[in-house]
Design a protein around this ligand. Structure first.
Ligand code: NDP
Length: 249
């Protein structure tokens, strides 16, 4: 049973990386006692989260299935928890896409927008009416430093984050009147599956037809130096989770 003082926090994309650590950190906060609904599109991927949550699992942390690319899944998930109301929505689910535009099929690009842009909008549309009616709520969106600055071969990913930031900045003004706050988190490079997959993909792939100088720059200069930056900055999913927790508090 959730007491009225306990904030219900719903997070998307909790099977790994930043979302997983956010869910664990918030669920384990004994002072605030958040009620965390950690969502993921496939519950077969829940083990890492459940293990990291320890005793919090089943108490302050519960799981739900949610695919941000599916209208039906989003509706079902929000309907299933309606009696609890969502106080804080954390839109974290996201996918990357790296490579020269010439070699990426439009369908793959659309998938990035479906997840990173429309996925966020689907979630917001579903929780917004209740937040407006209750005159309170907090919507957090995990964007990226690439929501502010484009980077070579990340054209479509950066575009999806730019688009989403434009959407959020515009909506934030309307929502303020209803005491609903919107916040953007813009991480730099973070050590997660996302980052590891990106580096591996880029190293292995050939890009026939793409400008060879740019490919050379990306593979031999940009990528190795950004791996150094990953190492030097040492940003972990916990750093981003801590930052998000401060934003909620
Ligand atoms: P991970 O790949 O570790 O996690 C991404 C999560 O999103 C996974 O749980 C994945 O689930 C989920 N996801 C993907 N598609 C969907 C979908 N359609 N519906 C629901 N969940 C989905 O990456 P990160 O933790 O690094 O990424 C989290 C966020 O942080 C993303 O929005 C990313 O853009 C952003 N970010 C990451 C940075 C980095 O360097 N890592 C830097 C800046 C921003 P599944 O297990 O099912 O695939």
């Amino acid at each position: 049973m959730v007491s009225p003082e306990q904030k219900v926090v719903l997070i998307t994309g909790c099977s790994s990386g930043i979302g997983l650590r956010m869910a664990v950190m918030l669920a384990k906060d004994e002072k605030k006692r958040y009620n965390v609904i950690a969502t993921m599109r496939d519950l077969k991927r829940k083990d890492k989260l459940v293990e990291a949550a320890g005793d919090a699992y089943g108490k302050t942390l519960s799981l739900a299935v949610l695919d941000v690319c599916s209208d039906e899944s989003v509706k079902q998930c929000i309907n299933s928890i309606k009696d609890r109301h969502v106080d804080v929505l954390i839109n974290n689910a996201g996918i990357g896409l790296v490579g020269p535009v010439e070699s990426i099929p439009i369908e793959e690009m659309k998938k990035v927008f479906e997840t990173n842009f429309f996925g966020v909008i689907r979630m917001i549309k579903e929780v917004m009416p209740d937040m407006k009616q209750r005159r309170g709520g907090h919507i957090i969106v995990v964007s990226s430093v690439m929501g502010l600055q484009g980077i070579v071969f990340n054209d479509v990913y950066a575009a999806s984050k730019f688009a989403m930031e434009g959407f959020c900045e515009s909506l934030a003004v309307q929502l303020l009147k209803f005491n609903v706050i919107m916040s953007l988190i813009e991480p730099g490079p973070v050590h997660t599956e996302f980052e590891a997959k990106m580096i591996q993909d880029v190293k292995q792939k050939e890009y026939p037809g793409a400008d060879p100088d740019t490919v050379h720059y990306f593979k031999n200069i940009y990528l190795p130096s950004s791996v150094d930056i990953f190492e030097a900055l040492g940003q972990t999913p916990d750093d981003i989770a801590k930052c998000t927790k401060k934003v909620i508090e």
